[in-house]
Write a protein that binds this ligand. Structure first.
Ligand code: G3P
Ligand code: CA
Length: 332
């Protein structure tokens, strides 16, 4: 009986704290990461972008204006599109900015809190952490508390950094190596939306640096502009269509350990509570031997699919029916 139970047991999916405990505190602050740590997820996520002086900081966007006071502090430093790009600022300048909850700017130019019920806007001294500082926080807590919580960095917009003359992937690998993350046995997944960049990391950069990390291919739809291709100065969206073809997952498996799809790529919206329609991508990924870590599991109203009714129902569908290997969640 014991044997049959263990043979049939389904491993609990990995919990990946998405931008930290970002359902409670401003995303990617060390405070949100510390709270995430206390919730004992398997991994804590870092989105990583580069500064003018080649430092790596943990920030979701490659611009600073959604979560900081950069527009007030450096009003003349926006580009033509009105954005304040991290790559135009030194680490010292970025460190001098205040971080708050993500906000939107309305027609009148007022800043409107994205999460009005959460941490009061601007009433804090939150700052943008470096990638190294965040690793030191997590490794320090691991040593002190005896847990083994991993990191899950995402290389953000390598196409943009390359166009600006920066090799963000090499810089990320260098920091990972410096902190002891070098093999597939180390508790790290390295993720990116850019398939060509992941292939380059797998085929060229990691062999050159004597590294062999687990890679995750994030998946977007072509019209999201998650990945761009430059022709001179003109950038056009990279097409993700090949990943959804029957042989797409086998191609991904040549360089990656798993995929990070948007969760509606796995379950059809036409699903009902009694009839969950699982999309072909799941079986294709499993047939190719890939792990599947969908994003993003949130409790916010309006983001729960009707077939799932609530957050627990959504987890139940993805854990027990789709049988994913892990979930990115704002609520670790
Ligand atoms: O990395 C998984 C998920 O975080 C991708 O979405 O936009 O939150 O980085 P995003
Ligand atoms: Ca991410």
């Amino acid at each position: 009986l014991a044997l049959s139970i263990s043979a049939g047991a389904i491993a609990k999916p990995l919990v990946i704290a998405h931008r930290g405990a970002s359902g409670y505190l401003p995303e990617h602050t060390l405070e949100a990461k510390t709270l995430a740590y206390a919730m004992k997820p398997d991994f804590i996520e870092q989105d990583v972008v580069m500064t003018k002086d080649d430092q790596l900081v943990v920030l979701h966007d490659h611009y600073l204006d959604r979560v900081t006071d950069v527009a007030e502090r450096f009003p003349d430093r926006a580009r033509k599109d009105g954005r304040y790009y991290a790559i135009d600022f030194t680490l010292a300048e970025i460190k001098s900015l205040k971080v708050t909850e993500g906000f939107n700017v309305n027609d009148k130019g007022d800043k409107v809190a994205g999460f009005p019920q959460r941490f009061p806007m601007w009433k804090s001294q939150f700052t943008v952490p470096t990638f190294a500082e965040e690793i030191e926080l997590i490794q320090g807590l691991n040593k002190t508390l005896g847990y083994d919580i991993g990191i899950y960095p995402e290389i953000k917009a390598p196409w943009f950094h390359r166009h600006e003359g920066k090799d963000i992937s090499k810089a990320v690998l260098k920091v990972l190596k410096q902190y002891g993350y070098t093999t597939k046995n180390d508790k790290v997944y390295l993720q990116c939306f850019d398939a060509n960049e992941l292939k380059r990391i797998n085929d060229i950069l990691m062999p050159e640096m004597a590294m062999d990390l687990k890679l995750i291919q994030l998946m977007a739809y072509t019209d999201w502009n998650e990945t761009m291709v430059y022709n001179g100065d003109k950038a056009t969206p990279y097409s993700y269509d090949w990943m959804f073809k029957p042989d797409g997952m086998a191609k991904v498996a040549q360089y990656a350990e798993g995929i990070g799809p948007w969760k509606p790529m796995l379950v059809d919206d036409k699903s009902t509570k009694t009839n969950i329609i699982i999309k072909p991508l799941m079986a294709q990924a499993k047939a190719a031997g890939l792990k599947v870590h969908p994003y993003t599991f949130r409790a916010d109203e309006g983001r729960i699919p009707s077939y799932a009714e609530n957050f627990d129902g959504m987890l139940d569908v993805f854990y027990n029916q789709v049988k994913v290997d892990g979930v990115f969640t704002d609520f670790p």
